[in-house]
Design a protein around this ligand. Sequence first.
Ligand code: DX5
Ligand code: ZN
Length: 227
Amino acid sequence: MTLLAPSILAADFSKLGEETRAIAQAGADWIHLDVMDGHFVPNISFGPAVVKALRPWTDKVFDVHLMIAPADPYLAAFAEAGADAITVHVEAGPHIHRSLQTIRGLGKRAGVALNPGTLASAIEPLLDMVDLVLVMTVNPGFGGQSFIHSSLETVARVKAMTAGRSIDISVDGGITPETAGPAASAGANILVAGSAAFKGGPTQYEKNVAAIREAAQAATGRDGVRC
Ligand code: DX5
Ligand code: ZN
């Protein structure tokens, strides 16, 4: 089954609580929270205080994507704020192994993210320590960018590498009803979508979520098996 994780980066920041609840009620499976530091990526978004403030608005899985370096000093704060999954970038520092150990030690799902320029093999030594691999399908930092098709090769490699393990594979960036199918076919079971999920405002959320989900299901079959 393909899950949809709308990114609140594309929501109306002046009413993030209402937006989070609205997208959850519109059929989101997880809520994706993009944390940016203006250092690892050229943009700044929000930190653990915002994650904590949003936690009461839904009981959906909070999928926190850290685009920050260093990440380690902040992992406990995000766990305490209510993250269910915490993803760190393999490019964000020399001690990714330690970061993943820390996340698991905090009792959270540990995720590792790969930028479009990073080989899938970079995470091979980490497979025993991760619950989620996030493949960036744009360069991280901004919503609304175009999907990088060559990233699908990375998704397929991660899929092959993780065969037989219970590791989720998510794709993040430029996911629309057009790109959801190819991403799901390549092996992604979690689709992160910002602009395509939130476009048009709350009255459109149910339609937006359904369009992305249906495109993924059309490409993979309703039970998530490739066809
Ligand atoms: C990019 C973020 C993404 C982004 C997706 O750095 O990690 O989650 O918000 O936004 P869209 O779907 O608009 O590309
Ligand atoms: Zn993200």
